[in-house]
Every structure is written in C-alpha cells, then in structure tokens.
Design a protein around this ligand. Structure first.
Ligand code: FPP
Length: 248
C-alpha cells in the first residue's frame, strides 16, 4: 500500500480518534498453513494486542474490535467453544498489562449468552480499568449492529411509555444515548481485513460517516505498521457530510 506521508508518531488534529476493526481472515490464514481455525484466532488475538499498544502514540483514543458477532454462533461447537476459551485466556493473560498501561476496557454486545465466570471476568476488567485514559479498548462480543438498534428502540419506547419522553422529542441524540457506544464518538475509520468488502452488522448506527478501508491482508498478518499507514492515510481523505465537504 502506498503512503503519501512519511510515517511518524506525530499526531495531527486530522488523525482519527476512534478506529473500528473487523478482524477477518483468521480461518483462511490457518488453513493456508495446515493449522486449526482456533490457531488462526490465537494468532489474531496476538495481532490485536500489538495494535492496542501503538494506538496511544498515534492519537487513537478509542479502538473497537469486532471479536464475535451474533451470527458467529452458527459456527461449529468446536470453533465457538475455542473462541470463548480464547476470550477467557485473553482476559486472564492480558488484564494486568492492559490496566498497567492505562487502557480502559469495555465490552459491548449481549454478554448474557456467556457463562457466569466469563461475564464476571469481563465485569472485573471493566471495573479495574475504569479510570484509565490512555485508550478505550472496546471489544464487541456477541455483538450485532441490528440487535443494538433494536435495543436502542426498546429503551426509547420504554421511556416514552413511562411518560418520560414525548414522541416529538425522539431524535438522533436521544437514540444515541441508548447506543452501546454512548460513551465515545462515532468511529471516523473502520478497517476490515481479508479482502471482504462488507460491514457484516458491525456498528451499523455509528458508521454513517465513517471512512471504510478494506485491506486484503489476512488479520493474523496485519501489523502495527500497516495499521499506522491506514491511520496516516486517513488524514488525506475527503469526507462529505451531506452537502458540506470537509477535509478530515
Ligand atoms: C473472523 O475471521 C474472525 C473472528 C470471527 C474472530 C475474531 C477474533 C479474534 C481475532 C480473536 C481475538 C479477540 C480477542 C478479544 C481475544 P474468520 O474466522 O471468519 O476468518 P475466515 O473468513 O478466513 O474464515
């Protein structure tokens, strides 16, 4: 990939503050090497760790990673159980370093589908990292964009039925307050690896004006340098907000 700007850790006001990742291609990477799909996901988890580390120096304040979709349950038991085990191990092995490095961790998605011990691990990590401010790492797990929008609609309808809200008062900001990502800005940049050119139910509400980059690299081979190139290239993209054209 060509980069017009010399890579440097200097941060400009045009760098994206929130980047979303669709970490695709673990299975294909593993198959190409005669490895199991879970080994591909393990390698993928290592790549996420590398990307997290360089976000603060790039000025990326929010990183949201799609780790497990509401559709991923359709995969075989072996892969689903392997992924759940991987989340457990990842939280177990990474928690301390993440917290020490000042990273705040949040999980979005329907966690009630997971066993209580994993839910407890997730809550404890969120709590332990609550006051950190170097980066907000959000892991989307059993997450679906449509599921989120349904939950937003349900929450707003409940408020209206209880008489706390008139229908005329419902606007984008009211809905947004009930989004899973209400604590951060929308992502300016989404990166999907493995050459697939779909959004696959990721942050549907939030990607309205996001720049979306599709990279052919399989996720287990996605390096921090490549991430940095996408972040730096973002600076040169023109985004159109309705009729207003602005350089971001
Ligand atoms: C898609 O690749 C990837 C996933 C469904 C899982 C992503 C999970 C990780 C990268 C693990 C790390 C996350 C954490 C938080 C530990 P795919 O399996 O669909 O690949 P394929 O399209 O090549 O089959």
């Amino acid at each position: 990939m060509k980069t017009n700007v010399a890579l440097s850790p200097s941060v400009t006001k045009n760098m994206p503050t929130h980047v979303g990742l669709v970490m695709d291609g673990n299975g294909r990477w593993a198959k190409q090497r005669g490895l199991s799909r879970i080994e591909g996901h393990q390698r993928g988890a290592e790549r996420l760790r590398d990307i997290v580390k360089i976000c603060p120096e790039l000025g990326v304040q929010f990183l949201t990673a799609f780790a497990f979709s509401t559709e991923n349950w359709k995969r075989g038991d072996e892969e689903v159980n392997g992924l759940v085990d991987l989340f457990r191990k990842y939280i177990g092995s990474e928690s301390r370093e993440l917290v020490e490095k000042g990273i705040k961790i949040k999980f979005i998605g329907n966690r009630t589908a997971f066993d209580q011990s994993l839910v407890d691990q997730m809550c404890q990590l969120e709590l332990a990292s609550h006051s950190n401010d170097k980066l907000v790492l959000t892991i989307a797990i059993n997450y679906g964009g449509r599921d989120e929008i349904v939950k937003m609609a349900q929450a707003v309808a409940t408020q209206a039925l209880a008489g706390h809200l008139n229908v005329e008062q419902i606007d984008e900001s009211v809905l947004n307050k009930h989004s899973f990502t209400h604590y951060m800005p929308d992502p300016e940049l989404i990166i999907r690896t493995s050459g697939e050119t779909r959004i696959s139910n990721f942050l549907l509400w939030q990607v309205a004006y996001s720049e979306i980059v599709f990279d052919d690299v399989l996720w287990p081979e996605f390096t921090p340098e490549r991430f940095k190139e996408h972040v730096v290239n973002f600076e040169h993209k023109i985004r159109r907000f309705g009729s207003i054209t602005m350089k971001v």
